[in-house]
Design a protein around this ligand. Structure first.
Ligand code: MG
Length: 383
């Protein structure tokens, strides 16, 4: 029996992870955390019978404790509670599905507890890649990517039979989002509603806006470079509108391996939970003939400035990706509140990056402080 703890259980990846677990008889839920959504958590507690859960928002935890008193589940609260679930002794795998930098500390805690990490929180490697990868090595924690692109690369690398086989490039595919092909002038006028209509993937609001700006792909480039130990400039982005090829690896002899499948997060989630086994999965067969053709195009870095900024942050490294990420989170939040326009996202992120004096080797504390500093500075200047 594999015991799983899910951090961020009420979000898109969290709920899909539970749907996958329902189909796996040898996997059970040991712990769950949510930020505020106690309604969803209550239903999950009654269905999956975890040993222990945490409501990060203290104000909602007391009431929740009363509501689920009849189930016998242990209810923790606050960020410390989330970290306790990340290190839950009976958990074998920790799925880090929280959104944003809030995922960093609990992921570090899970790594130090030697857990197998099913990594679905991008910010962890974007903001603290070198630190987190070194810790994983030190504590022998295996990191299994859940993001579809990184899972695809990871799957392509499983072909290695122990011989010398050098990775030359990682080719991350990008759907291009809802605004692919638009001009800068058109982008200036796009609305929140349009940005939230993603052509292929059903995801949370933050990552859907990031897909529209292509910041999501930029964060994935930085993440892939840390996860697979490849320089940022050897991670290439290819726009592939159908989202059937989930990513590719080019080897030193120019052989390119691709992982394909229907655009459904349940496959990478299940693979991370059952690795190295592949299990049957209902209803996700790829019918290539139904697609007819697959297309590949270069990304437009002039129009989608966020991708260009992410490459720059990844190349410089140190504390700059943390600034990129924090400024982007604030901007996406403002865009969703309709306080700023679409192109202002990249303009404001660029401003914050330009004003930052880079720390080459930030500590975990430096990163958390810097993240907070950028947010506060931006909110003080808020119109
Ligand atoms: Mg992705």
């Amino acid at each position: 029996m594999t015991n799983v703890a899910i951090l961020g259980a009420s979000g898109s990846i969290g709920t899909q992870t539970l749907e996958v677990i329902e189909t796996l008889p040898d996997v059970r839920v040991a712990g769950l955390t949510v930020h505020t959504n106690t309604k969803v958590l209550e239903a999950q507690v009654r269905k999956f019978h975890p040993d222990c859960v945490c409501v990060a928002d203290e104000a909602r935890a007391a009431d929740f404790r009363v509501r689920v008193a009849d189930t016998g589940v242990k209810v923790l609260s606050g960020p410390e509670g989330v970290e306790e679930i990340a290190a839950l002794p009976q958990a074998d795998i920790v799925v880090t599905a929280m959104v944003g930098i809030a995922g960093l500390r609990p992921t570090v805690r899970a790594i130090k507890a030697g857990k197998r990490i099913a990594l679905a929180n991008k910010e962890t490697l974007v903001t603290a890649g070198p630190l987190v990868m070194a810790l994983a090595k030190e504590y022998g924690a295996v990191i299994l990517p859940v993001d579809s692109e990184h899972s695809a690369v990871f799957q392509c690398l499983q072909s290695r039979a122990g011989g010398e086989e050098r990775v030359k490039q990682i080719l991350l595919t990008a759907s291009g989002g809802p605004f692919f092909g638009k001009t800068r002038a058109e982008l200036a006028a796009v609305t929140r509603g349009q940005a939230l209509r993603h052509p292929n993937w059903d995801m949370g609001a933050k990552i859907t806006v990031d897909s529209a700006t292509m910041m999501n792909k930029g964060l994935e480039v930085i993440e892939a470079s840390h996860l697979f130990g490849v320089p940022v400039d050897d991670v290439h982005v290819v726009v592939h509108r159908q989202s059937v090829v989930h990513s590719m690896v080019a080897f030193s002899d120019n052989a390119v391996l691709a992982q394909m499948g229907v655009p459904d997060m349940k496959l990478p989630i299940q693979y991370a939970l059952t690795y190295p086994d592949r299990r049957p999965m209902a209803g996700n067969e790829l019918d290539l003939a139904a697609y007819g053709s697959l297309t590949f195009e270069p990304p437009d870095l002039d129009t989608f400035g966020c991708l260009r900024l992410a490459y720059h942050a990844g190349r410089v490294g140190g504390s700059l990706p943390c600034v990129l990420n924090a400024a982007n989170e604030v901007c996406v939040d403002w865009f969703l509140q309709e306080k700023i326009g679409f192109l202002e996202i990249e303009q404001l992120v660029e401003q914050q990056m330009a004003a930052h004096a880079v720390l080459p080797h930030p500590t975990l504390l430096d990163i958390l402080e810097l993240d907070n500093e950028v947010r506060q500075r931006m909110r003080r200047a808020d119109r």
